[in-house]
Structure formats: structure tokens, C-alpha cells
Design a binder for this molecule. Structure first.
Ligand SMILES: [Zn+2]
Ligand SMILES: [Zn+2]
Length: 150
């Protein structure tokens, strides 16, 4: 099953079991910066954790999406700095310099999964949240750990 699907120039990652969207990468063109320069940014929306934007140069990530290699997409995501955003207002950021990976990605299977097929469990606390996942082949991973950034 195709895991990376191009939709009008943007990209969606689909669960390798059920085909449901688990993440997407959208290009937003011509975002104005304080120096009045306009740049393209990428919004990374994860159905597991939230929406992030990068202000780093996303060309390498785009190339990996075009080549549809999910392991390389994961690597490219990790090389960029991301800020968590409100999806409706991508110009406002409320967490700085996070380095998420592709949290729907199982390193051992080299596949991406949706929330259900990764059996995601959230463990909240006053200091943040931790999420664990177990893929359909029994591989376990920590998807994200917000408690470390506090
Ligand atoms: Zn699924
Ligand atoms: Zn796996």
C-alpha cells in the first residue's frame, strides 16, 4: 500500500494497514517575515501529536517526500527544527525549537501507522505528556515525551 501520497502538491502519509491519513506535510507559500522577505514554510500535521511548522529550509524534506521513501522522510524531519502551532494560525508559535520525528513511524517495520494501529497510549501528567505506541508487529516505541522539554 502506498504510504506517501501526493495531493495537489502537498503530501499525506497513510497508515500501512488501513490507509487512513496519519500525517501530512503542507507547503504554505509566501509567508512574510519581519524583514519583509517572503518564504515558503512547511506545516507538519501529525494525527498523533499536533501541528508543527519549520522555518528551516525544507527543500531536502520535500525531495524525500517526492521520492516516497518513508525512512528518509523521517530522517529529514529530524534534521529540521519545528515549532508547534495552532493549525488555524500557523504564524503564531507556542513552543520553540522542538525536534520531533515522524511519530507514526515504526523504525523496525519501516512503515507508518495511524493512532489505532499504533495502539497509541497517552500518559498525561502535570508536567506534560508521554505517548507510547506498539505497532501491529509488536514493536514498541515512545512516540513523544513532552516532559523532557519542561
Ligand atoms: Zn490504520
Ligand atoms: Zn513495527
Amino acid at each position: 500500500m502506498a504510504q506517501i501520497v501526493e495531493v495537489n502538491g502537498d503530501f499525506e502519509l497513510h497508515c500501512s494497514v488501513c490507509g487512513k491519513k496519519t500525517a501530512s506535510f503542507k507547503t504554505i507559500k509566501g509567508v512574510k517575515y519581519r524583514d519583509n522577505e517572503e518564504r515558503d514554510i512547511i506545516l507538519y500535521e501529525s494525527m498523533l501529536s499536533g501541528t508543527f511548522r519549520t522555518d528551516d529550509d525544507p527543500d531536502h524534506l520535500k525531495q524525500m517526500l517526492i521520492e516516497k521513501q518513508v525512512d528518509r522522510v523521517n530522517k529529514a524531519v529530524k534534521e529540521l527544527r519545528w515549532n508547534e502551532v495552532d493549525p488555524k494560525k500557523p504564524s503564531y508559535t507556542y513552543a520553540v525549537g522542538e525536534k520531533p520525528d515522524l511519530d507514526s513511524y515504526c523504525y523496525k517495520c519501516n512503515q507508518v501507522y495511524c493512532k489505532e494501529h499504533f495502539n497509541v497510549e497517552y500518559h498525561g501528567s502535570d508536567y506534560g505528556g508521554i505517548a507510547d505506541g506498539t505497532c501491529p508487529n509488536g514493536h514498541h516505541r515512545t512516540l513523544f515525551d513532552d516532559t523532557m522539554s519542561c
